[in-house]
Design a protein around this ligand. Sequence first.
Ligand SMILES: [Zn+2]
Ligand SMILES: [Zn+2]
Length: 249
Amino acid sequence: METVKAFRKEVAKITRALWYTDEEACVFCGRENGPICPACTTDYLHPELGRCKGCGKLIAITKLRCLDCEAGKGPKQLDQVTAWGHYSGGVREFVQNVKFNAHPREVMKIARPFSDWAIRQLPAADGIVAVPMHATRLAERGYNQAEVISSALHWELGLSILPGVERIEPTASQVPLSRQERLHNLQGAFVVRQPEYLEGRSVWLVDDVTTTGATLEAVAEVLRSSGVRSIFGLCLAAGLEKKLVPSQI
Ligand SMILES: [Zn+2]
Ligand SMILES: [Zn+2]
C-alpha cells in the first residue's frame, strides 16, 4: 500500500513538473512568473520605449522614426512597422530556439501577450501574410517560423492568414550584409502567385525578427504591385536605436 502511495505521489510530482512548472516559467529567462516575468518585460519588451514607424526599431518614446529612417535608409513600401521586443539576450535565445531547435510550439506560450500587444499597436487588417520561406529551407526545417507566429495571431485575434506569396530564391544568410546588399540579394526572391487573395486588402506582414527591414521591404514590394492597399509589418523582435542613451533604456 505504502509503495502504491509513494508511486502515486511520484507520478503526481512528474505530472506537475511536466504540465505546470513549464507553464509558469518565463519563456525568456526560465524563472517563474511566466509567460513573461516582470524583469524580462523591463529588459526586453521595454514598454517605456516607442517603435520606429519606418522599421520597428525600439526608439525613444518622444520620436517617430529612428535615425536610419530619418536619413531615408528604412523600408518605404510599408505603412508602418512594429516589433514587440528587443532582439537580445532571452528574446534572441527564444527566437533561435523556435527556429533552429525545432521548438515551434514555444510560440504558443507567447501567443496571448504578443497578440494583445500587436492589436494595440497596429490598425486592424483584413488578414495576415507570413514572410514566406523557400521550399528547400522549408523542407530542411519542417516549418516556417513566420507562419507559426501568424498562426498564433490567427488563433488569438481571428485574423485570417492570406496565401499567395512565395519565395522563389533561396537567399543565403543575410547577417553579415549591409542593407543595400540585402536588398540587392532579395531582388526577385518573392513572387505573388495568387493576387486574388490580396488585391485591395490591408495586411499585417509577419516575420520573426527585423533588423534592416530589407526582407519586409522585399515582400512588401510584391504585395504593393499586386494591389495590396495597406501593409503593416509586425515582428517579434527588432534592434534598438544605437544612439539611445542608457538612461532611456
Ligand atoms: Zn523572465
Ligand atoms: Zn527606423
